[in-house]
Ligand binder design. Structure first.
Ligand code: CAA
Ligand code: NAD
Length: 296
């Protein structure tokens, strides 16, 4: 594979997980952040997750020395950075910053000017067109979507998205990268929400509208989907888990671009919570209260 060195931009909820699985897959990784506090927090989460996964591997019979050695080696392949120039010689750069198309376009334009000409660009966007970011970068044929799922360390899927301009070679390399980091890739065209979010986000939004109407309590809506459908989390817990700000940005972008699509609706309760700074698990409160990774 031509990809050896990977840059990840943003070390938040998704970015830290992408950094981690890339390092576990044997790649050298530059973890770039705009914010020192967020970088430190992301690296600390990676260390904690690696040691949790090593513990589990030991429980399953992996020799302790080997499990701990693998975790340490993976962490050793990660270099945190606050300087964008460190991305210049990466073979692949995966963007995982805030879900705002204008901010992403500006970033890809900078990357197009900064990175070596062979660098492949990928976005982890939940909802925006890959082709638009490719155009902004000035090298649309080297742009793909690599959409990972939360939590990246545990979810086995990656959606690999190609725009009409993505080259066959770049797309094949992106799929191979997904496999090399332990995921099952599915291919998708450059459509709103790709496969998963086109189905999942309207479902989450319907659950919020149900809560807003008072049809059932949040606990009962969640229990209904967990126990009635076998989903690992109910939709309100999942919205907290994804982040209410991210969910709102996805819906706002779609409603603006596709005002006649009845599946794309913005529940007032979602706007209200975001206005109050209750963004879900990452701020300790959304529809539920959270202590770290667990509901309190
Ligand atoms: N790294 C390492 N270990 C982790 C971890 C991480 N990041 N996150 C959780 N774990 C571990 C926990 O510590 C726990 O370990 P123990 O069994 O030793 O306690 C174990 O995994 C199970 O976790 P939990 O007990 O917290 O809870 P769980 O059994 O419900 O599993 C889950 C957690 C795997 C997240 C599961 O609830 C699940 O699959 N939820 C649905 C997630 C989902 O739908 N994700 C997609 C969101 S949409 C998206 O990502 C796309 C988008 O663009 C918005
Ligand atoms: P987040 O808010 O947890 O993290 C975003 C990080 O990016 C922050 O740490 C922030 O400091 C950093 N950042 C923002 N602008 C930056 C810039 N210009 N340069 C460098 N760093 C910058 O968000 P997240 O949930 O990790 O989402 C990131 C991306 O992944 C979004 O596009 C989102 O739609 C997508 N996504 C999210 C989920 C989810 O469940 N949350 C799942 C799949 C995809």
């Amino acid at each position: 594979m031509a990809i050896r060195k990977v840059g990840v931009i943003g070390c938040g909820l998704m970015g830290h997980g992408i950094v981690q699985v890339a390092a576990q897959g044997g790649f050298d990784v530059v973890a770039f952040e705009g914010d020192k506090g967020a970088l430190d927090k992301g690296l600390a989460r990676i260390e904690k997750s690696l040691s949790k996964l090593a513990e589990k591997a030991i429980e399953k019979g992996k020799p302790k020395e080997q499990a701990e050695g693998d975790a340490k080696a993976a962490f050793g392949r990660i270099r945190g950075s606050l300087d964008k120039k460190d991305l210049a010689d990466c073979d692949l750069v995966v963007e995982a910053i805030v879900e705002d198309l204008d901010v992403k376009k500006k970033l890809f334009a900078e990357l197009g000017a900064l990175c070596k000409k062979e660098t492949i660009f990928a976005s982890n966007t939940s909802s925006f067109p890959i082709g638009v970011m490719g155009d902004a970068s000035g090298r649309p044929e080297r742009m793909v979507g690599l959409h990972f799922f939360n939590p990246v360390q545990l979810m086995k899927l990656v959606e690999v998205v190609r725009s009409s301009k993505t080259s066959d070679d770049v797309f094949a390399q992106a799929r191979a990268f997904g496999e090399a980091v332990g995921k099952t890739p599915v291919s998708c065209k450059d459509t709103p929400g790709f496969v998963v979010n086109r189905l999942l986000v309207p479902y989450m939004s319907q659950a919020l509208l149900m809560l807003e109407r008072g049809d059932a309590s949040k606990e009962d809506i969640d229990a209904a989907m967990q126990l009635g459908c076998g989903y690992p989390m109910g939709p309100l817990t999942l919205t907290d888990y994804v982040g209410l700000d991210t969910t709102l940005s996805i819906l706002e972008g779609w409603v603006k671009t596709y005002p006649d699509e009845p599946a794309f609706k913005i529940p007032a309760i979602l706007r209200q919570k975001v206005k109050e700074g209750k963004l879900g698990r990452k701020t300790g409160e959304g529809f539920y209260r959270w202590e770290g990774d667990k509901k309190s």
